[in-house]
Design a protein around this ligand. Structure first.
Ligand code: DON
Length: 574
């Protein structure tokens, strides 16, 4: 890791948020999670179990649940519900997500709780009369929201958990009702979105106050607490039916949105079959369509597998160029071949087969940039805001969850009287063939809007096994950069033998076929950048990429865990 990164890491390690507030013990006897005083922990090694998430309070709640006898599934439910309160930009009950888990007995669970297009949706709903795309409508406000899946996903997960749901949701209710101290980043996010919250919501919200937010302020969310209480009292029906559903529909009616009571009542989470493949002797398990993540990951890793990446050197021009060309080809396939499998036949087996991928790399030439215009999707011969949680428990249950509102603070529409933000996930559909969405991704028929269809995702919650035993739990937000971040984190560990922190915090780069450019982080190697430019690549600095949470299980069984330095992300464990 370079020196600059180390100094950021050290200074970020122990930021303590202290205000003159009474401490609160919110998770029962002996397990104190104090929402007014908490610290960020970036790296640790634990003997038995750990949680890494985007917020210290969420990770601490997850730990407290593990210590109360919960397993990894209990911890994930409690952590995600806490994120919905303490990380309103992405943690959510108004969005959706994917859970990729492996039980200690080896059973794999791929749970899809992605949002769904409301029944009134039509293919051209974001085009004006002249056929021009109206991106503002798919990215913001009531019409951008898909039917939320998160609460259905949490209840579908609960069947693998041990503790009562009431215990798992109580910390989130308490933190919403009593408040928590916000960080500088959260204050900035809320201030930046203040106008949007006012423009896209039809009722006042706790996220907007008279004066700008500052670090150390307390955010209290009574309406969100009441919604969580209804979920505690009535289960999933506390969200999809009754008062909460009526509040959502009333908000839709005031803002010309499409979601109806029937859309909510009909929503179900679905179990899918994981994408499973081998890379250099490790077994990788990742999420299938409606995410593109697992297929892209398999394609990229398998395209580079026959090359001696390690001997090329970490982020040498040679290794980066190879990885860029694998990324370009995989993303060309994403645009044509991937969509919700219930509406579009995704040729999954072919896309990740050795023969197909060898064919895709046939025109790869070392030291020379390919041109995306010439790299079409393969021919098949057969009929910004998201957050990730990585958990392993003492029994060896592995849980990776990526969940999202899509853009930062989603649609910025807060449901009046219910206190939570709705997603703007409809923008993940291809609103018109060839027109880029907010991540610059293009698509076509496979990802066109159809009522009841789930929009194509890039989320890539991923598990890695070594000799059939748990080895890594990994995932990240970042829109279309997600699969490439997971790809590079895995290569960093497997090929370059990095520890969890270096694998996460090393600079990332990203190519997604179109636009034909390599996106890089601020601290990407200057000499590699120059060498790539000489080969014909166009590079663009986009600041930072992703916020990865990675657990690596060491040969002695200890859990080495790293939370990304790029945010307030934090680990906890025992
Ligand atoms: O599902 C997807 O691929 C996107 N909605 C994810 C958005 C995201 O990661 C934003 N985070 N920075």
């Amino acid at each position: 890791m370079n020196k600059k990164l180390i100094s950021v890491l050290v200074s970020a390690c122990f930021i303590s948020m202290v205000v003159a507030q009474q401490s609160k013990n919110i998770v029962g006897a002996g397990k104190t999670v104090d929402p007014y005083h908490y610290k960020i922990v970036k790296i640790a090694t634990f003997n038995k179990a750990c949680v890494a998430s985007a917020h210290p309070l969420a990770s601490e709640v997850g730990l407290a649940i593990l210590q109360q006898g919960g397993n990894g599934f209990d911890a994930m439910i409690a952590t995600q519900l806490t994120l919905a309160v303490v990380y309103p930009g992405a943690g959510n009950i108004g969005g959706g997500g994917f859970l990729m888990a492996r039980k200690k007995d080896g059973t794999q669970i791929a749970l899809d709780y992605r949002e769904m297009a409301p029944a009134k949706s039509t293919r051209d709903m974001y085009l004006d009369k002249a056929g021009n795309p109206q991106n503002a409508l798919s990215e913001s406000g009531h019409l951008s929201a898909g039917v939320p899946g998160t609460v259905a996903g949490l209840f579908a997960t609960a069947k693998y958990a041990k503790l009562p749901f009431a215990t798992l949701i109580q910390p989130a209710i308490d933190i919403a009702a009593n408040g928590f101290v916000i960080s500088a980043e959260e204050a900035e996010g809320l201030n930046e979105n203040r106008k949007d919250f006012q423009q896209y919501s039809t009722r006042p919200t706790a996220l907007v106050k008279a004066q700008p937010w500052k670090a150390g302020d307390t955010l209290v969310q009574p309406e969100l607490a009441a919604t969580l209480q209804r979920i505690k009292d009535n289960g999933a029906k506390g969200f999809y039916e009754g008062e909460t559903a009526q509040l959502i529909v009333a908000e839709m009616n005031r803002g010309n949105g499409f979601i109806t009571l029937d859309d909510l009542k009909n929503y179900t989470a679905k179990e899918r079959k994981a994408v499973s493949f081998n890379y250099r002797g490790y077994n990788i398990i990742s999420f299938p369509p409606p995410s593109s993540g697992g297929i892209l990951l398999a394609q990229m890793l398998k395209m580079i597998e026959k090359y001696p990446v390690k001997s090329y050197g970490f982020q040498s021009p040679q290794s980066v160029q190879l990885m860029i060309e694998a990324e370009r080809r995989a993303y060309a396939d994403r645009a044509t071949h991937m969509g919700d499998p219930d509406f579009w036949k995704v040729p999954q087996e072919t896309l990740i087969s050795d023969a197909y991928l060898a064919e895709r790399m046939k025109d790869y030439s070392p030291n020379k940039a390919s041109v995306s215009k010439e790299i079409k999707a393969g021919t098949i011969h057969e009929s910004d805001q998201t957050t990730h949680i990585s958990i392993i428990d003492a029994e060896g249950n592995m849980v990776a969850v990526t969940t999202t509102l899509n853009g930062s603070y989603g649609s910025r529409t807060v449901v009046g009287g219910a206190g939570f933000i709705l997603n703007d996930e409809m923008d993940d559909f291809s609103i018109k063939p060839g027109v880029p969405n907010m991540y610059g991704a293009v698509g076509g028929e496979a990802n066109a809007i159809v009522a009841g269809k789930r929009m194509l995702s890039s989320m890539t919650p991923t598990l890695v096994l070594q000799n059939g035993k748990p080895f890594m739990v990994v995932g990240t937000p970042g829109g279309t950069t997600i699969p490439t971040s997971v790809f590079q984190s895995i290569v960093n560990v497997i090929d370059f033998n990095m520890n969890a922190a270096d694998a996460v915090n090393s600079p990332k780069f990203h190519h997604q076929w179109l636009p034909d450019e390599v996106m890089i982080e601020n601290n990407f190697s200057v000499s590699t950048k120059l060498a790539l430019e000489k080969m014909g690549y166009k590079l663009r600095n986009i600041g930072t990429i992703g916020r990865t949470e990675l657990i690596k299980i060491l040969p002695n069984g200890k859990r080495e865990v790293a939370a990304d330095i790029r945010g307030n992300d934090s680990v906890a464990g025992y």
